[in-house]
Design a protein around this ligand. Sequence first.
Ligand SMILES: N[C@@H](CCC(=O)N[C@@H](CS)C(=O)NCC(=O)O)C(=O)O
Length: 318
Amino acid sequence: MGYLLDGTWHTGSPSFANETGEFERKAAAFRNYVTADGAPGPAGEGGFKAEPGRYHLYVSLACPWAHRALIMRARKGLTDMIGLSVVHWFMGEDGWTFEEAEGTIPDTVNGARLLRDVYVKADPAYSGRVTVPVLWDKARGTIVSNESSEIIRMLDHAFDAVGAVPGDHRPAALAEEIDTVNERVYDTVNNGVYKAGFASKQGPYERHVKALFDSLDWLEARLDGEEFLVGGVLTEADIRLYTTLARFDAVYHGHFKCNVRRIVDYPNLSRYLAALYAMDGFGETTNLHHIKHHYYQSHPSINPTGVVPVGPATLSFS
Ligand SMILES: N[C@@H](CCC(=O)N[C@@H](CS)C(=O)NCC(=O)O)C(=O)O
């Protein structure tokens, strides 16, 4: 683990919890938007026009936030238009690296050996964590955004006029309901597993596990007789839930101690997970090897031996 301070790398922060035993996720730093005409988006500055070949995505196949961006890139048919680099699954003292392994893709744009070199290239005085996903602009030589919830919205809309697959994962008529579902899923499920897993005191751990399983029960009921979370169509709410569900039984259940139930124990959630896995963009971007090895080997504060459990070797439904 480590972070950049004024462009210089510091190792440390062995625990993810603060003094009250709570896990705190810091806000992302680069918050610009690619738009169809280069006009400013909802945040940041303008000048990032959607053009084929101009942007590059850095991801980890282990990371649920980066996975959202990978799914959207695939579903929108942007794989030829937006290049891809995949870091090694191990995140140690040097943070994310481009060391070669099965499933990694080197940095063909900046020639970086370490992801932090990409951040320093964008901002030589950068202070903060070096996270994935990162959307890089080759034309301006900088990072557009490192916030996945915003990257997926850009990929969903900005490239439609230059050949993206049509289709909107947040149609206006459903936007409000999607945002409401996203809010609860983000807080108690996507981030909830981290809050439970990295809690360093019993009280916060139990509180977050309870909120997580309350939400999984709520989602199970919501999916009764339904194919998708909102409006009977696939939306970004499904993409955002999928990346946590796909990791749940293999990693969060054991490594993050979220073990009240597994996803296979929920009939509707496991049917839903299997159905999404079979859809464009989902199964093909899900790499259980990177997922299991990353979590179990990169968090010495909660798994000091780095031993990776043998099971499950495949997603529970497959
Ligand atoms: N807000 C970010 C969070 C991304 C994030 O936390 N990614 C993790 C991997 S799952 C990461 O790169 N962590 C490295 C670190 O914190 O040093 C987003 O959703 O894009």
